[in-house]
Design a protein around this ligand. Sequence first.
Ligand code: NA7
Length: 558
Amino acid sequence: MGKQPDFDAVVIGAGITGMYQLYKLREQGYSVKGIEAAPDVGGAWFWNRYPGCRVDSESHTYSYFWSPELLQKFNWTERFAGQPEVLSYLQTAADLMDVRKDYIFNQRVRHARWDDVNKFWVIQLEEGGSVPITARFLFSAMGPLSAPQMPNVPGVYTFEGPWYHTGRWPRDPNSNRGADLDFTGHRVAVIGTGASGVQVIQEMAKVAKDLYVFQRSPNWCNPLGNAPLSQEEMDEIKRNYKALNEFCDTTLSGFPHKWIDKHTLDVPAEEREATWEELYKGPGFRLWLGNYKDYLENPEANALVTDFVRRKIRERVKDPVTAEKLTPRDHGYGTRRVPMETKYYECYNQDNVHLIDLRETPIERIEPTGIRTSDGVLTEVDVIVYATGFYAIRGSLSRIEIYGKDGRSLNEVWREEGVSTYLGLMIDGFPNFFTLVGPQNGTVFCNIPRCSAVAIDWNTGLMQNVLDKGITTIEADPEAQDEWNRLCEELLAKGLIGKTNSWFTGVNKNVEGAQKREVLFYAGGIPEFKELCKEIQADNWRGFLFDGVPATKLNEPA
Ligand code: NA7
């Protein structure tokens, strides 16, 4: 074999997933280097510092459960922590793992190329001259929601006032918060009403002189049910972490909510209504993920829950025309990400909040002083907030070039052949390249710290196999990959989420080539994914090729 690489492994990203992956590899004895675009750890929680940004998973479940020390050390102060606190948690975790010393910060990967002679990755950074980093293994941990996306409307850069994207909010250099921007008395426009838009609108409505919400697609939003956590409550949580962990392990996506083991239509209407009333109050994703077990598969059941939430919007919004505008018409409840809110609908009862329905009057262009819609009206504003989201799941991968064995880039392969992976972890033709929380992985539709750790703990076994047997390359077996695609396709086709346009299904109207639905996540749920992975391991790492052969053939004479 040829040259030796600089490192055994490179991990891209210092968010929740990347930090843990780097730590595990280092603990195993691999030499490892991390690369991170931000100046510090935190990933999504480093960048998203807009007013109102908070976690929608119960804080104490949004944790690294693999570290009892960290669980006991950290005190959450709210049931659903604000962004500064989540970032502070991740900083505490980084200290505990002592990972910062292994990262190069303020650096982006421009491209990575597989060197098939030397059997390593050659990784070119954006800055720092022409010397690339070489590593035997490359782990992408860039996050499913980390590629901010501006709208594709003309004139975006002609606006003369300040404008901000929620996913790249300016920072306060001295704290975990966003920059100290004062919107009091300003005319503010917010474009977008997804989870981020809803959070930022609630805050802007409190201070703006006039808040103009430009809404293209309303969502079915639910009360978050946030509350402070006292030290006594936190102590109680700490005593019960073990049981909580075990419970979350049994739920679909690692949240503390479990399906009600009944079919919606088998339950008397009155009982259903009472249950939904209870679940609607929160906390968290209770109505979404703790509902009757068939409501995301059976359209009739879904229509009933949808009607319940529709009635709630009408109850809470005084003006019936505005209530109608805030009501989705193109998808049923729960089939897209449910934004969580605190008095969101009530904002529209305030005189300073104005809803502009882009389904009636689309944005024509952004102009130096405001936003012009198709009815010719120019809404003049002082500030524009783009809450237009991300090119989700595959966006971060699409913004760098990864060149595989035959010199083709991953972007080219997926553009021509569609997204295809083995376990959402490896891709045929791209040896030693791992996509953590990547397309088709069981961890995408999930409570990320819990679920990505499941995947990382599992691939630690895989990497141990590599160490133990002195293996140079791991690859996905193309047949296993085809099978995995079929399974992901079948699972997604079973439910209503798979039949709805959203970032879950890869649709982004602002991105060329992302107008059609794709199979981007494994919809079988984390318990099933875990079982499957266990079974694959027990079956000699079925579907992986080690130095070109299945594990069973490794010791056979050539
Ligand atoms: P989302 O959920 O993707 O929301 C983006 C919003 O921006 C959504 O309402 C979009 O409407 C709207 N949008 C996007 N482009 C445009 C244009 N060109 N014109 C008008 N409106 C537009 O992103 P978030 O940041 O809110 O949340 C992402 C996830 O991060 C969230 O689910 C959490 O898991 C954390 P559309 O629906 O495309 O019509």
